[in-house]
Design a protein around this ligand. Structure first.
Ligand code: 6PG
Length: 251
């Protein structure tokens, strides 16, 4: 199903989604290398992209990791060894298994006094890595996103001030659910400046929010605010998460 620069493709399960996402990764990477000899990608945490990261690790020798720069979409404000750390997950599944120069991995430091300092440091890293002038936003070749049952994406949660951010590249976020960790996240202007955004969404618990966002046109949820200015927006959804959408195109 295609709508301007938005495309929705439905798959049987997360394995099929991940196979497709790998093909997209390769195409986008090839194009970026042709254009600027470097591929810049921002990756999300959560469970859904794990199968993709495993496949990328298996392909380790065929992908140009020395020309790939990996940034983080978001991070929980916990030490890297913590079970909830996105760095820990990606390090274990991907970084440890590929031949990527460590300086190509741009993690979000959580050693600072508080998440606001972490967010500022990450912003400084983005500004210097992308050589940005004041007021400019980085343009990622690809941003991989997931979505929560409440419609959050990255660490941008419904009703938080982070959604109104227009200047900063990275912000600290305190989810309204007190059980959740404080986090650091890329902001909407950065996400919406990407060349390609791929949402990976799986599981029946997300069916209602998928319908709200893709069919009912709900605007206020963070995932619905992801609308790239010029780039492509691709939703890869499994059958269970897509079960309440009426217009379905099978892959
Ligand atoms: C994170 C993510 C977050 C995630 C959603 C979906 O670090 O957790 O960036 O936005 O993508 O919460 O999580 P699941 O993939 O685990 O369902």
């Amino acid at each position: 199903m295609k709508n301007d620069n938005r495309e929705i493709v439905i798959f049987k399960d997360i394995e099929d989604i991940s196979d497709f996402a790998v093909k997209k990764w390769k195409d986008i990477c090839d194009n970026a290398l042709k254009k600027k000899n470097c591929f810049e990608v921002a990756l999300s945490g959560g469970k859904t992209p794990i199968a993709l990261y495993k496949r990328l690790a298996e392909l380790q020798e065929t992908l140009p990791w020395n020309k790939t720069r990996i940034f983080f979409v978001d991070e929980r404000f916990v030490p890297f060894e913590h079970s909830e750390s996105n760095y820990r997950m990606m390090n274990h599944i991907l970084f440890n298994n590929i031949d990527i120069p460590r300086e190509n991995i741009h993690s979000i430091s959580t050693k600072e006094d508080n998440p606001r300092v972490s967010a500022r440091k990450y912003e400084e890293d983005l500004i210097s890595s992308f050589k940005l002038a004041q007021g400019q936003f980085p343009q990622f070749d690809l941003i991989v996103l997931g979505m929560g049952e409440d419609g959050h994406t990255a660490s941008l949660f419904p009703g938080t001030p982070s959604l109104k951010e227009t200047k900063h590249l990275s912000v600290a976020v305190s989810p309204s659910d007190l059980l959740l960790r404080e986090r650091i996240s890329l902001t909407l202007p950065v996400i919406n400046n990407a060349e390609n955004i791929i949402f990976m969404i799986a599981g029946g618990n997300k069916a209602q929010v998928v319908k709200d966002i893709l069919e009912d046109g709900t605007h206020e949820l963070p995932a619905a605010m992801v609308k790239p200015e010029r780039g492509k927006l691709l939703f890869l959804i499994d059958e269970r998460a897509a079960s309440l959408i009426s217009i379905i195109k099978n892959n």
